[in-house]
Ligand binder design. Structure first.
Ligand SMILES: C[S@@+](CC[C@H](N)C(=O)[O-])C[C@H]1O[C@@H](n2cnc3c(N)ncnc32)[C@H](O)[C@@H]1O
Length: 193
């Protein structure tokens, strides 16, 4: 599905969700049948299109890169789903603060933005996620570094520590049920009770 987006992503080095993780995302969306989805990290719109094709939800999606956001917008129009999408071109932290100030609520969140910032986004997501809602967070293994007991190379250390912090915060929170799946780069499914 959406072969041209996958080809564009490969040719232009745009990171998009991997195949098996994408299937898992569609399965989770189908299973939960959400009404309102929040996505952090639109890129060119591939995962948003996958989710839209798996349910009847409306998606709010956040992307800070203006060029990618423009490309996503064009694809949303091409696939005639633009009326089911609110694309916010902004830094995610700023967008999340605004959405939560406006008391927005979601029943499914796909977290796929900057990996080192997941832990900062968690309180906003928690507040906006309805009871029984699902947070689907991709790349929580970060190429295996998150689980590694070996010293982490200096360049990746703070990002890896921040991802560990994210998982730790979610697991310690009694309002959440956390399951981490060994699929590709690691997927956390965090259910709000
Ligand atoms: C892994 S890609 C998203 C892929 C997309 N979800 C998909 O599977 O088709 C992560 C995206 O997050 C965006 N991003 C990085 N930092 C951001 C930030 N601070 N705020 C919003 N978006 C950001 C990047 O530009 C990139 O397009």
């Amino acid at each position: 599905m959406f072969k041209e987006l996958k080809e564009y992503a490969v040719e232009n080095h745009v990171p998009i969700i991997r195949n098996e993780s994408g299937k898992f995302l569609c399965d989770e969306v189908k299973k939960n049948n959400p009404k309102r989805i929040l996505e952090i990290g639109t890129a060119i719109g591939y995962s948003a299109l996958l989710m839209l094709s798996s349910c009847n939800a409306f998606i709010t999606t956040i992307e800070k890169d203006e060029i990618r956001a423009k490309i996503a917008e064009n694809y949303f129009r091409k696939y005639e789903v633009n009326e089911r999408i609110n694309l916010i071109c902004s830094d995610a932290q700023i967008a999340l603060e605004k959405l939560s100030r406006n008391n927005e609520k979601f029943d499914f969140v796909f977290l796929d933005g900057p990996k080192g910032q997941y832990y900062k986004y968690l309180p906003f997501i928690k507040e906006m996620l309805l009871s029984n809602g699902t947070l689907f967070a991709d790349n929580v293994y970060m190429g295996g570094l998150v689980l590694s007991t070996a010293p982490i190379p200096h360049k990746q250390r703070s990002m890896v520590n921040n991802m560990r912090k994210f998982l730790d915060l979610a697991k310690r929170d009694s309002d959440f049920d956390v399951n981490v799946f060994n699929i590709e780069d690691g997927i956390a499914i965090i259910k709000k009770k």
